[in-house]
Design a binder for this molecule. Sequence first.
Ligand SMILES: [Cu+2]
Length: 421
Amino acid sequence: MDTILEPRATTALAANRTMEYWGYNGLLPGPTLHLNPGDTARIRLINTLPEPTNLHFHGLHVSPSGHGDNPFLAIPPGEQFDYELTIPTDHPAGTFWYHPHIHERTAPQVYRGLSGAILIHGGLDDIPEIAAVPSETAILQDFTVDRNGRIPEPSMPERMRGREGAITAINGQLQPSFQIERGGALRLRLINASCSRHYRFAVEEHPIAVLALDGNTLPAPLWADDWLLAPGQRADLWIEAKRQPGSYRILNLPYDRGGMGMFATVPSQPSILGHLQYTGSAAQTPHLPESLTSIAPLPAPSITRSFLLSEGMMGAFLINGRAFDHARTDTTVALGATEDWVIENRGSMDHPFHLHVHRFQPVTPSGEATPTWLDTILVPRNSTRRIRIPFLDFPGRTVYHCHILDHEDMGMMGTLDVTSP
Ligand SMILES: [Cu+2]
């Protein structure tokens, strides 16, 4: 067995306080898994929690069946399960993550701390100019901790909007500092492992270049002042230290994701996630290549499907008018097909739509696929997004869902069966 992941209740120092959390191997966040394309990863999950759990390998293009990235498994308390992931030799290299995916308990388990990074090596790592700069991973989590150090269950209205904690932590730390050499650069791999919180990530006085989204390298760096990360999404950023030496705040800028009533308030001020701390001087000037990768055009879609996201009465969160039922197959796709999915959000909140196993490209209103691979796309309220998905391999049943994990737990999830003839 290559890796043992044992989720367990732990009392330890995290985010500057002693708290009770659930951590893989007692860690918040869990250990980082390092993999290469072509690897077979064997991961033993030992469930010491008082309730069933399982593992989802978010963004990995691997089999959803059997001992693979199977979201229909439930490992009872006291039992163990051996996952085996065969990573294809042409798998994208980048930033992925793992977390529980147990229906109706995903939000509480992730909120208590269960998540960890998966880094697939290659890709950007093989570009000499990028390999030359330091790399850090930043797992963004949030939770509320009460006076006794416990993480309380949120109220029903909080769950309906999607729980957001009072504390945001990066790698389990409150406002950590990331070191950067003056005149140098830093590659920062962001993972939004929060249940519901969206992050408009910024570093004051520092524009950022986005190198990869959801573990997939972009054709070219994309410069921005800030970058919005919905739950589940990742971004690999490049930050250059071209300002006066000092400490600069890493910020979460206000973002309105909608909501219902009193829980829909949006902060008017940025919150501080951490700091970028200048240290020493870089030995050489970093150089960001103008081109990072090439993405071959997708074939035209053979079919267009519609998915309607809606919020019903009494905590019902629906796709095409139905709440999740693991036994029902909602969508059947023929292996080898390329499809367009049109996702319409008629709710009062933004919903980030995530598809397991199969990555996709966003499609413009004029019908052109954007050469950018994603596994999670934010569908703002009262709007529609179109995505193009090639189902070239990995037949089997899996799921798509809203990555506001409370919404997923309350039913905003459907099943997909990719069938081979
Ligand atoms: Cu949602």
